[in-house]
Design a protein around this ligand. Sequence first.
Ligand SMILES: Nc1ncnc2c1ncn2[C@@H]1O[C@H](COP(=O)(O)OP(=O)(O)OP(=O)(O)O)[C@@H](O)[C@H]1O
Length: 618
Amino acid sequence: MRGGSGRWEMRELAKQEHFDWNIIRRACTAFVPYWKKAIMVSLLLLATSAGGALPAWLTQQIIDDGILKGQVSVVISLTITLILIAFVTGLLGVAQTWLSNAVAQDVMADYRLTLFSHIQRQTVNFFATRQAGDLVSSVMNDVTAIQNVVTSTLMGFSSNVLVILTTLGLMFEMNWKMTLLSLVVVPGFVIPTQRVGGVRQRLQGEIQQKLSTLTVQLSEQFGVSGALLTRIFSRESEEIRKFSGVNQELRNLQVRQTLVGRWLFMWIGMFSSIGPALLWGYGGWLVIHQQMALGTIVAFTSLLSRLYGPLSQLAQLQVNLLSSIALFRRIFAILDVEPDVKDGTTSIPDGNVDGRIRIENVTFAYRTEGTNKPTEVLRDIKLDIHPGQMVALVGPSGAGKTTLLNLVPRFSDPLSGHILIDEYESKSLTLSSLRGQMGLVPQDPFFFHDTIYNNLLFAKPEATREEIEEACRAAQIHGMIVGLPEGYDTVVGERGYRLSGGERQRLAIARVLLRAPRIVLLDEATSALDTLVEREIQEALSVLMQGRTAIVIAHRLSTVLTADKIVVLEHGRIIAEGKHHELLEKSRLYRELYEAQFSVQGTKPDDLRGTVEQVVQK
Ligand SMILES: Nc1ncnc2c1ncn2[C@@H]1O[C@H](COP(=O)(O)OP(=O)(O)OP(=O)(O)O)[C@@H](O)[C@H]1O
């Protein structure tokens, strides 16, 4: 099933969850920076708990010392005190809610930021093996779910314990036998409450799973690529049917969750009424036999709700704690993923290298979970590229061209071997100074849903308008941009869908030109373009590569013809190197590739050479 697998996993985890003290301890460290506020919250809780118990005690005084003894002044003064206590307790309650929410929100904001920053440090492989929707769900939903748990478990726990202790203290102080009698019925409602809590929690897990499935479907269907795919295969009705199914299941689960345990609640209600009944019966007997004052019964009955409510909530503590442990476990699982690529320490200014690239005995394998011996995708690659040279990578699909290209900016690190930029081992450089030396034009460039201007600024935030226009002129895209009704302020649409493939390529070239890197990495688009666009792109590319070291995954005839060196890859190995004509003679695979890929571009190499050379000389 697409989507929701993470949630499903979480529900399963919650079912098998146990008290993992390491997780609890680690979760609590998030509160350390807010210890002052947390202490304030505890003090306020203590004050509000005591304030909440006092009215029952005062009621007893009003009845026994005021009403029954005919003391009007006592009744009046105690009534005023009751009102004052209610007012002060109310104010303290507001302060406590505000502070405890502030702490919970602070902790949540910290977690969201920590997760986002941590995920920003991850390599491309991290995203290739995870569902984006699931990561979004962790950063947003899990963290928010924790907030509820934190307030209901941590704060709820302390406030309930305090209320129970203060209430029990007062009860014992008034009459210990009546106190024990009050506690007799407790198991009668605590046990069912616990059961209902468990069922509700399980239903909540299923609801979260359905919500996540719907969220993933929505995000897939509302994105341009997903919408296109659905329309081209005419799967709209099927998608609506699927949505409707999950939507209905969600509705049923939510109804069940609301109604679950209604019989048990009737039972609980009954037990909560039995408590006061027992107190009136036994208390009445004590009063009649003059062993206790009437006010004590009234005080006890009003204290009962302060005892039973918090006890029921405490009964659900275990379920709450277990589900919060499951949530924290999911969050910590992401935080514990160490980035595949570690930052180096040497920093060099951008553009401060000649651009020599040496790839020495490089072997690479993708890390896949659950396999001990990953399959090698690149084996023993040796390549020496001199400053200003252009190397074209060719090879059948899956040969490892993209993988090799991605090793240069350290999107991944090789299992063995070294990559050197000038005399620097690439691992020794900080990632920002390594990547600052190079620009990448991917096959399908990505753009943010923002204006063309802002998308270009992303590459160089300090760029002036002139610099941006100059880069676009060089990339043969300025004319097209100014022809748009809103020019550079045109919003390119999600992923840049408002632009054609060729326009996206040239805009991506402009973006790299802005950075003026010493090294250019290029994955040429495979799509065939008409001659005019082809020529515009060719001109843009020749400007891009002029005086720069370039590694190009070649899909164009003009590229292989002008390359200083063509490297033929097969099954992760370099099987041949040389110029176009040399390879045509000595490499069978190259000949086959040439016939299959390059010659279909309609022009014979010799016819094209003149054109290409003209372009390159410009
Ligand atoms: N993230 C990944 N995890 C695991 N294996 C991967 C990953 N990316 C690529 N591969 C595998 O590595 C091999 C080389 O892939 P790569 O994309 O480098 O080939 P390529 O030569 O660029 O192919 P193409 O020309 O089709 O883009 C393939 O077998 C591919 O399935």
